[in-house]
Design a protein around this ligand. Structure first.
Ligand code: PEP
Length: 257
């Protein structure tokens, strides 16, 4: 099983064409060249739009950069008449390691169901990639059900589709914190991360629960990242807006606990 090396993931969303993507990765690589972390090396992943993946992959390979590639979405289908979809095997060929599934902008903006999220996670797993299962409650959910109920239900549904031995990452992202500038407190993030890890003991087993990385996402920035990473059950961050600026993202990646 994997260890819980900190994982910092930058979700670019629908930003940057492939030329801008190359420029950002070059700047990032330059600022991270000598980065050392007091927890050991963090794993750093970037999730560009599909149209940028090939350029970024080529750049990473040519310069032996230790950034890892992620994709923002994947088709649940293997191949065929699915206009507009991108398959898991196409992504795997580009050396994509992580695939976001169930990001709130897909669940809410595109009506993606728990079942579809699970099928996408399965497609990523079958192609040898690691699904990053995004879960999180809206402000209304929070008021009605508390913080953990919806994320727990979403995780349970997604895992129902995945084989028991599949590796996955969980990203807890309260919807009210995404892009709002209003991050959860480290204590709020820890409370839900702890509940998710506890649930993983039943949904999988103690070993998988102990080895699975649970990230926090939602308005993470260089000023608040360390507070999240200090929490015992928070193993990294999924960063949206702040991952588009090389200097800010490299400060985030070099957080000191
Ligand atoms: C995200 O896109 O997953 C996210 C957390 O965005 P932001 O950091 O901008 O809130």
């Amino acid at each position: 099983l994997v260890d819980r090396t900190a994982l910092i993931a930058g979700n670019w969303k629908m930003n940057l064409d492939h030329l801008q993507a190359i420029a950002l990765v070059q700047k990032l690589a330059w600022s991270l060249k000598d980065a050392k972390h007091d927890f050991g090396e963090a794993e750093v992943a970037v999730f560009p739009p599909f149209t940028d993946l090939r350029s970024v992959q080529t750049l990473l390979a040519a310069d032996k950069l230790s950034l890892v590639l992620g994709a923002q979405d994947v088709s649940p289908h293997e191949a065929g008449a699915y206009t507009g979809d991108v398959s898991a095997s196409m992504l795997a060929k580009l050396e994509v390691r992580y695939v976001l599934v169930g990001h709130s902008e897909r669940r809410h903006g595109h009506g993606e169901s728990d079942e579809l999220v699970g099928k996408k996670a399965l497609a990523a797993h079958r192609a040898g990639m690691v699904p990053m299962i995004c879960v999180g409650e809206t402000a209304e959910d929070l008021e009605q059900h508390g913080a953990a109920a919806i994320p727990l239900a979403q995780l349970t549904a997604a895992l129902a589709e995945l084989p028991a031995d599949a590796e996955f990452v969980v990203a807890y992202e309260p919807v009210w914190a995404i892009g709002s500038g209003q991050a959860a407190t480290p204590e709020q993030a820890e409370e839900v991360a702890r509940a998710l890890r506890e649930a993983l003991r039943d949904l999988r087993d103690d070993e998988r629960a102990a080895a699975t990385r649970i990230l926090y996402g939602g308005s993470v920035a260089s000023q608040n990242v360390a507070g999240f990473l200090r929490q015992p059950n928070v193993d990294g961050a999924l960063v949206g807006g702040a991952s588009l600026k090389a200097e800010e993202f490299s400060r985030i990646v070099q957080f000191k606990k």
